[in-house]
Design a protein around this ligand. Sequence first.
Ligand SMILES: *Cc1c(COP(=O)(O)O)cnc(C)c1O
Length: 397
Amino acid sequence: MEERFTGSFTQQEPIPEEGIAAALSVLRHGRLHRYNVAPGELSETALLEQEFAAMTGARFALAVASGGYALGCALRAVGVQPGDRVLTNAFTLAPVPGAIASVGAEPVFVGVTEDLVIDLDDLAAKLDRARVLMLSHMRGHICDMGRLMAMCDEAGVTVIEDCAHTMGAAWDGVPSGRHGAVGCYSTQTYKHMNSGEGGFLVTDDEEIAARAVILSGSYMLYERHLAAPGPEVFERVKYHTPNVSGRMDNLRAAILRPQLRTLDEQVARWNERYRVVEEGLRGVPGLTLIARDPRETYVGSSIQVLLLDWAPEALQEVLARCAARGVELKWFGGAEPVAFTSRYDSWRYAETEALPATDRVLAGIVDMRLPLTFSPEDCAQIARIIRAEVSAVFQRG
Ligand SMILES: *Cc1c(COP(=O)(O)O)cnc(C)c1O
C-alpha cells in the first residue's frame, strides 16, 4: 500500500511550561495592561522589549499587537503620508500591501526572481518612484542585502524590513531586520514565536523609536519602557504624533519571553527538518530547489520549490495527489486568493502593472509549512510522497 502522511500542517508545539507559569502569574495578579505596574515593578512587556533589543542588537525595540501593526506603525513613524507611494515585493502576503493601504499610501510592486527574492534590477528601475521600500523577506528568502542597501542609500530610499519569516535569520552575520531603518516581526501563531497575535519593531533611530512608542498607544507613559529613547526625544515628537492604539499586553509578553530564550535552538530544529525535505527532493526531474546563498542564515520554517513552466492542470494534479496522501502544499499561481495565499493582482485596491517574469515564477511556486511538531522522519516521508507524485505526473508529460 502507498504510504500516507497523517500529521497536521497547522499544529504548532505547545507553549513552554515556563511560559504557561509566567502567564498564570500575570492572570493571578491581574495587571495585564503593559503600563499597569505595581510600585517598582517592571512589566513583562518592557522586559521582553529589552530582551528583544539585546537579541537583535538594536538600540530600541517596541512590542505591538501584531506584525501587520508593526509594519503600519513603521510606515507612519518614518513619515509616510496618504497618497505617497511605497515600493514593496510582488511576492509577499496580504498584510504587507495591507499595511501600506492602511496609511493611505499606494504600493508599487517589485518583481521576484527564481531565487524567490526581490528582483534588484526591477527595484533599480523603480527606485525613483518612492521614498520608502517595504522589503518583505517572504518565506525567509533574503536578497543580497549589501547590494540592496547600497542602492537604496544612494537613492535616498528608507528601508523597512518585514521579517515575519526571518526572525532569527541573518544576512552576512547581521540579523535580519538590522539592515534597514526599521525591522518588523510577527509573533502570530504560525511564525517563529507564538503568542497568538503580536509583533515587534526595532530601530536604531531615536526619533523613529519615539514616534513608534507614541503611535502604539503609550499615552505619556513612555518612561515605563526599557528599550526606548530618553524623555528629551519624546519631548520633540509627542505633540505631533497620534495615538494609533496597538500595544502588546503582559500576558502575551509573558509567554514570549521563554520562547525568545530558546529561539536559536528552535531555528536549528527547523533547519534540520528543512534539510531533510530539501535532500529528499534533490534531483527530481521538473522540480527546482531554491538555491540558498552562503551569506544567508535562514530559518527553514517552510520550504518552497518551483515547478517552473508546468501546465497549471499538471501542477494542480500534483497538489491534489499529494493532498490525497496527506501532504498539504500551497500554490501561489492560483487566480483566486485561497486561505493565506494570494497574488499581487488579487489586491485590487492597489494599481498593478504587468510583471510577466514574476507571473512565471509565481505560477510555479509550491509552498509547504514545516511545523516543529513534525519529526525529521516525518519530513523524510513527506519528501518521498512529493517526489513520487511529482515524478508520476512529470513522466506522463
Ligand atoms: C504574518 C505576516 C505578516 C503579518 O503578521 P501578523 O502578525 O499576522 O499581522 C507580515 N508579513 C508576512 C510576510 C507575514 O507572513
